[in-house]
Design a protein. Structure first.
Lengths: 361, 259
């Protein structure tokens, strides 16, 4: 509501000059923001056309600026300063929201529009074996297999290690060791993926003399994934109220069982979400894959032996081939990768909702 | 099955801070002993030393002896886990396990301890414990609903049922009614009256009427000043503490003339 003055005397008559007070203030109609937005967009497009500005981004920025200023000016005139400030903040929030959403939506739109052309059953179930890059046809099957195996192995390594590290930090870690672990986890979070790739390359392939393989890529991905899992799990475990731990301990339950049966189940929804998001993050990594997995045109089901492909690598490779057929395949593979990440996100949300502590009656 | 607790020369620390100093008292079996005193005087800390929950807090440390019949809880080779199975605890805020149903909450102590028990037997224990906590009638048709969906008073009785399901000898209650409305409080006070037939009960309370209503003996704790350790001022029959205490500070506290 608007400013309320309650200095009107209760016993009227005796007091000097009661200032007349109304609780009503003039307000802009509910449709005003929508109308101003429509006007701003029209004006933005008009100015853009008239001045011959080629970039649509400029049109949008003009419209956004107009919207904010006109809203503020209008509100100042009609509603007063406090309301105008409120309107200003609201319009800025909306404009920033749109600025954030526009690239996201246009990215998805572009990928879907270009990728859908060659994305069909054939594309998903065939490899590039025997297909010349300038020919249409071929598919991503070998890359999907590679991504699934590499990401799967990386998760199998990183999730248990990360989970147990987080349990140590939250439930047991005291003093120097815990501080050191936290510090190194922080440092690991910042490791560029190419550095993780180079580390495994020099250690696994150059020093120990193993060949290029999906497994080598998995190890680099695991290095990238581990700190993310530790961090998110740690936060989730910290959210479990201490009272639950005490309640369990007071029942004579040993600490390890308390952690296993009370703390982890309470946090499992959030932990699963964190792990899934970490998987989604490494699924798109390309630098370590280029270094360690080598890339391949054919199906290699064995991640421990020989070159494989993966979706990010496949996109890079098809784009580098530089012709219409390979561009189309690159977009379709990008669409497949986005869909993969999106499905993982949905799964994470599903798990979080399914496992969330229930309070309804 | 109820046991006598005999405390002598007990001090508890948080890191270097001494929270309670040199407390000695006896808690009689099959009776209710109430702890009263101003905030920060170490009642809850003392209560938590009676089932070795104090040392769960980082930096928590205890000196002295707590004899449960003829066993020292702080003796060498005593397993804190088995101490806590013998001395149960109910907390200030109701804290049912949010991932578990009402049934699972009551069965938690047995199941989490890894006890192999037949379903029929477990059903029996759950029913008996819920009846013991005066909750059976209210929840018997929805045992599989989440425990966190009950009202505050029901949740606290669920926690009591959970605590008595493991058949402890002693039940410690840390302000069990402070988060509850008067009707739920009454239900829990009645329950305490029934439970003392079977258990030794120690209850911390800020409500002096409550101490007068439910307890047989009352202990008054006090502290000399901020940062000073809490001390036991006196312990006596409840009727005596509230009518004719032997220490002036006790009378000042219960008559509201404190400080």
């Amino acid at each position: 509501m608007s400013d309320v003055s309650i200095d009107q005397p209760l016993a009227s008559g005796s007091a000097p000059q009661p200032r007349s007070v109304s609780l009503h203030r003039p307000r802009l109609p509910r449709w005003a923001p929508a109308a101003v937005a429509a006007f701003a967009i029209a004006a933005g497009c008009g100015t853009g056309l008239g001045a011959g500005l080629s970039s649509r981004v400029q049109w949008g920025l003009i419209a956004a600026g107009l919207f904010v200023t006109v809203m503020y000016a209008l509100a100042t005139r009609v509603e007063g300063r406090r309301q105008a400030t409120d309107r200003l903040a609201t319009s800025l929030v909306w404009v920033c929201f749109l600025l954030a959403v526009v690239p996201l939506v246009s990215l998805v739109w572009e990928t879907v529009a270009r990728g859908i052309k060659v994305l069909d059953g054939n594309f998903l179930t065939h490899s590039m074996a025997g297909v010349l890059t300038i020919q249409p046809g071929g598919g991503v099957y070998h890359a999907i297999i590679g991504t699934l195996e590499q990401v799967g192995i990386a998760t199998a390594i990183a999730a248990p290690v990360g989970l147990l590290t987080a349990v140590y930090l939250v439930e047991y870690g005291r003093g120097r060791l815990a501080k050191a672990v936290t510090f190194f986890v922080d440092v690991m979070t910042g490791i560029p993926s190419i550095v993780a790739g180079l580390f495994i390359l020099s250690f696994w392939i150059l020093m120990l003399d193993f060949g290029y393989s999906g497994f080598a890529g998995s190890m680099a991905l695991a290095i990238l994934m581990m700190p993310v899992v530790v961090r998110s799990t740690e936060e989730m475990l910290k959210l479990v109220p201490n009272e639950l731990r005490e309640a369990s301990l007071a029942l004579g339950v040993p600490k390890w069982r308390t952690i296993l049966k009370v703390v982890l189940p309470t946090a499992i929804g959030g932990i699963a979400t964190g792990v899934t998001l970490a998987i989604a993050r490494i699924a798109g990594e390309s630098a370590p894959i280029v270094l360690l997995v080598f890339g391949s045109q054919v199906i290699n089901n064995n991640p421990f032996d020989g070159a494989q492909s993966s979706l990010p690598y496949y996109i890079y490779e098809q784009w580098a081939a530089g012709n219409d057929a390979s561009y189309a395949r690159a977009w379709a593979a990008a669409l497949v990768l986005i869909a993969f990440v999106m499905i993982l996100n949905l799964v994470a949300r599903g798990i979080a909702r399914w496992k969330a502590p229930k309070t309804h009656r | 099955m109820a046991k006598r607790i005999d405390v002598s020369g007990l001090s508890a620390y948080y890191g270097t801070h001494k929270a309670i100093d040199d407390i000695s008292m006896t808690v009689e079996p099959r009776s209710v002993t109430a702890f009263i005193g101003p905030s920060g005087c170490g009642k809850s800390t003392f209560l938590r030393t009676l089932n070795r929950m104090h040392e769960v807090t980082p930096g928590g440390r205890v000196e002295g002896k707590v004899m449960l019949d003829d066993e020292n809880l702080y003796g060498a080779g005593v397993d804190p886990v088995s101490v806590r199975r013998t001395v149960g605890m109910v907390f200030q805020r109701p804290n049912p396990f949010p991932t578990m149903s009402i049934y699972e909450n009551v069965a938690a102590g047995i199941r989490l301890n890894g006890g192999r028990i037949r379903k029929a037997e477990l059903d029996d224990v759950v029913e008996k414990s819920l009846q013991g906590a005066n909750l059976w009638k209210e929840v018997k048709d929805r045992l599989n609903k989440p425990g966190a969906g009950l009202s505050g008073g029901q949740q606290q009785r669920l926690c009591i049922a959970r605590a008595i399901a493991v058949e402890p000898q002693v039940l410690l209650m840390d302000e069990p009614c402070s988060a509850l409305d008067p009707i739920s409080t009454l239900a829990i006070e009645d329950l305490i009256g029934e439970l003392k037939e079977r258990f030794t009960i120690v209850i911390v309370t800020h409500n002096m009427q409550q101490a007068a209503r439910v307890s047989d003996r009352t202990a008054f704790f006090n502290l000399a000043g901020v940062g000073q350790p809490g001390k036991l001022v006196e312990i006596d029959e409840t009727a005596r503490i509230f009518s004719n205490p032997s220490v002036q500070a006790t009378e000042d506290y219960i008559s509201g003339r404190f400080g």
